[in-house]
Design a protein around this ligand. Structure first.
Ligand code: DON
Length: 547
């Protein structure tokens, strides 16, 4: 009883986010500017995709550390009878190959031109609009362009992110992006980005060619080359968003639509949900050491399979095996309720890593069940640190998501397999997991998160809490979570949200506990009475709105 009271107290202290309700369309996104841009588009009659495009473009202006045009991402979309998955992840430049990083400096896949993969976010926004948009493409730029030209008030997150990365940018690009070199801004100060506004105008007026050909493409290619990288004009011109069939699974009477490879998230979440159901996790006392122990053990088991995955155009993914009853039963038999029984993990530095904030997610859901869950990323802090010299576009460092050095962990301490080797035209394996949940043929929930591998365990636990245990949407997002990614052999907890009794209970079962920040979940859910509620994680910035 004492632990439950402690927990409630902790939750009430931490839970800045409240559910926001509407009846027509709701948005959960990382900042208020983006939500407002989306709300304005919806008020003009825009559909879910129009709203999403406006939200995405606005984030490219207000939060370039994770949603710049130089990034890439995934979306799950329900606009017709079927749910579709869209992949606008960055691809390796044609000149890269399996041994590309062998003779380069250890940080080459993280910083500078070698780290940059061909961006996909603009192709994603444009492609989604072409397929499903209702409003005119040009009209979706009104709000983001205004914010770029006239300025917006930088947030605490913006200041922290930019200051943290200030030594990591190329100088000419940095000067284009921030007039004061990014240094010394205070939260609330107004930032104007005239160069970025120009790039947005070109994208608005010339569509896809406005980014992938012409002056903007040349700026990307030249700026990356000046920092040592090898993206060519041809690479830019060849970039294509692709559509994929989502992975589907049943969970507690719901259909869960998940992102397939090159995301690892869908496969791992599918396997984990099956284990959660088979092991009756929801019958354990809620928020108890028994419950979190099983969640941690399940997470570590499913992460083991991640090393077998890669881009489906280059690698045969053993999805049937990883989601088969035989494999899942083997994993189930290896888990014990009373103690940790890890499967021979390799020794690895288990130092907790601060969650970086270079990915983000937003969800939009309307009263008719039209929905999008979109996750976009630059990978690390302002990506590669390369900011284009003419238009001030921050470029990703998504190359680090490939297996750049076999057997060595990447920046998220993930050890990757041969299916994820570097190749030109190939997409690196990702943890991004935009997800839609359907009940009786209608999408009732759109969810996702940033947070590297923690995305997978956060989305899993959000689905488990909300769908499996019927916890209210906002509370489910704020509740304590555990993260285990097999290697290192450590259960990461956000300690301040846990009662000491639960932590002690987990230690008694043999868990090596480390403090480690968790991902940030964004979700919109339709309640059975039809009300749409949006929630975002009090672990970071967020906003919700709609009507
Ligand atoms: O695609 C991936 O898995 C990583 N590039 C995501 C990085 C991430 O989520 C960082 N953010 N918080």
């Amino acid at each position: 009883m004492r632990s439950f009271t402690t927990l409630l107290l902790l939750i009430s202290m931490n839970a800045a986010a409240v559910p926001v309700e509407g009846h027509k369309i709701m948005i959960s996104a990382p900042n208020a500017y983006a939500v407002e841009a989306g709300r304005k588009v919806a008020a003009k009659g825009g559909n879910v995709i129009d709203v999403a495009v406006a939200v995405g473009l606005t984030l490219a202006v207000t939060a370039p550390y994770y949603a710049a045009l130089g990034g890439g991402g995934f979306a799950l979309v329900k606009m017709t009878d079927t749910v579709e998955a869209f992949d606008f992840r960055e691809v390796g430049p044609a000149k890269t190959h399996r041994d590309y990083y062998a003779d380069l400096h250890e940080s080459a896949s993280r910083n500078g031109g070698h780290a940059v993969a061909v961006p996909g976010f603009p192709a994603g926004l444009y492609g989604l609009h072409q397929k499903f948009g209702k409003m005119k493409w040009k009209d979706l730029f009104a709000e983001p362009l205004k914010l770029a030209r006239e300025g917006f008030a930088v947030s605490g997150e913006w200041v922290r992110e930019t200051d943290e990365e200030k030594d990591h940018f190329n100088k000419s690009g940095l000067e284009k992006l921030f007039k004061k070199g990014g240094i010394g801004y205070k939260p609330g100060e107004i930032l104007k980005q005239p160069a970025l506004a120009k790039a947005l105008e070109i994208f608005r007026d010339q569509n896809l060619k406005g980014f992938y050909e012409g002056a903007v493409a040349k700026d990307v290619v030249d700026s990356v080359a000046n920092e040592g990288g090898v993206i060519s004009l041809e690479d830019m011109k060849n970039y294509k968003m692709r559509s994929l069939a989502p992975l589907v699974t049943e969970y507690e009477g719901h259909k869960i639509y998940l992102m397939p490879p090159p995301s690892s998230g869908g496969v791992l979440i599918k396997t984990a949900l099956k284990l959660i159901e088979k092991m009756g996790v929801k019958n354990k006392p809620a928020l108890s050491a028994e419950e979190y122990h099983l969640l941690g053990e399940i997470e570590s088991r499913v992460f083991r399979g991640r090393t077998l995955l890669g881009d489906p155009d280059f690698h045969k993914n053993p999805i049937d095996y990883l989601t088969s009853t035989k494999y899942i039963d083997q994993l189930k038999d290896s888990i014990k309720a009373d103690k940790v029984t890890s499967l021979d993990p390799l020794p690895l530095d288990s130092g907790a890593k601060k969650e970086s904030e270079e990915t983000t997610h937003f969800s939009v859901l309307d009263a008719d069940g039209h929905a999008i869950a979109l996750t976009v990323t630059l990978n690390g802090g302002y990506g590669s640190g390369v900011v284009t010299e003419k238009f001030g576009i921050a470029m990703n460092n998504e190359m680090d998501d490939f297996t750049t050095r076999p057997g060595k962990p990447n920046m998220y301490k993930l050890i990757q397999g041969p299916g994820n080797d570097v190749a030109g035209g190939k997409r690196p394996l990702s943890s991004m997991s935009p997800t839609l949940v359907e009940k009786a043929g209608r999408v009732i929930m759109s969810v996702g998160a940033p947070g590297g591998p923690r995305i997978i365990t956060a989305v899993l636990q959000a689905i488990y809490r909300i769908i499996g245990r019927g916890v209210d949407t906002d509370l489910a997002v704020q509740l304590p979570r555990v993260h285990h990614q097999f290697m290192p052999n450590t259960l990461f907890v956000d300690r301040a949200r846990f009662s000491p009794e639960v932590i002690d209970g987990l230690k008694a079962k043999g868990h090596q506990i480390a403090e480690g920040s968790q991902a940030k979940v964004y979700v919109v859910k339709a309640r059975p009475d039809g009300v749409l509620e949006a929630a975002f994680d009090s672990r970071g910035e967020g906003a919700a709105g709609g009507f």
